[in-house]
Design a binder for this molecule. Sequence first.
Ligand SMILES: *Cc1c(COP(=O)(O)O)cnc(C)c1O
Length: 387
Amino acid sequence: MKDKKLLMIPGPIEFTPEVLQAMGMPTTSHVDPDFIEVFGQAITRLREVFLAPNGQPFVIAGSGTLAMDIAATNLIEPGDEALVVNTGYFGDRFGMILERYGAIVTHVRAAVGDAPTLEDVESALQKGDFKLMTITHVDTSTAVCTDVKNLAALGRKHGILVVVDGVCAVAGEELHQEAWGIDLAFTASQKAVGTPPGLALAVAGPRALEAFQNRKTPVSNYYADWTQWLPIMQAYEARQPSYFGTPPVNLIWALNVSLQQILEEGMEARFARHHRISQAFKAAIKALGLGQVPVSGNLTAVTLTAPYFPSGVDRSVLAHIKKAGAALAGGLHPKIKAQYFRVGHMGAVNESDILATIGAIEYGLAQAGYKFEPGAGLAAAQAIFLK
Ligand SMILES: *Cc1c(COP(=O)(O)O)cnc(C)c1O
């Protein structure tokens, strides 16, 4: 019997065979002409995936947290004010990183599972003299998706830089970086972009680069400094060899394959597929009688779902679910950590992955002694897929 478990967590995710094959190729030099071509293509394709035709992509070895570090260290000078639209764990983390580089941070918070309203954010913006605001597109600790389009419009109205943590969103949630006026957006390879962990991916718009170029103080982080990376990105895109730090050759090959697959599907089709898969999965969770962390339907992410355990069931159910074929994630938000779990459904995920995951959840719940009608979750998801 096959013993492969579906990896249905909010990153890393299931990768396509073509992406994994690129990971296993014999590694070349980072200045081999074949690799320079691939890196150049990947940089150009990132612009298309972020929908930022005038943006400057950065591909740097590291995780999503490095991308947050890159944003903060390049855009913040000591004493700058920053507003964090906080919907959970990753908003808290962004605040700490900004403070590390000398920012004076104001958080606009909401109850767990909720998001600050546009009015809350507007009134906070009026009270300070902010250089930038950060928005977590999908906070992976709550599965809350923020209204990035309208929040970014508020940032534009106040003339400040808009930074979007899209680590659990880019290439899954709808995002039009340039049309929405976002100055810097970033993600990490292992989330909806569909490449194994190890790459921080950021796209800076013209205003973000201008703010960086107009700094009065040097960037205090050596590795993350755009002064080092901007010439490297420009060189590879111009198909010229260049060196600052050795790029992870195989990961960049894999990234380029994944970006090609994303663009072949098309961004609009990809957003629509994520929406449909999420609807089906959430219908199943509801049919099984489980609640969700986001307090209302218009706050739910399409890249992941955060269901509460039903009463009498705790996180030990996750081992049963895994045995039945799907690896899921436990809770992350410190206030509710033990009460819920998280299911990632992004990237190359398809309808049969979703049905298999729901089947495994039903098996686990039955093992845990939870009373429900077997097949109810599957039927609810199937009803959406058959529409
Ligand atoms: C995963 C995640 C991060 C951190 O990424 P790492 O690769 O784990 O460092 C940051 N923000 C959000 C919204 C995330 O989902």
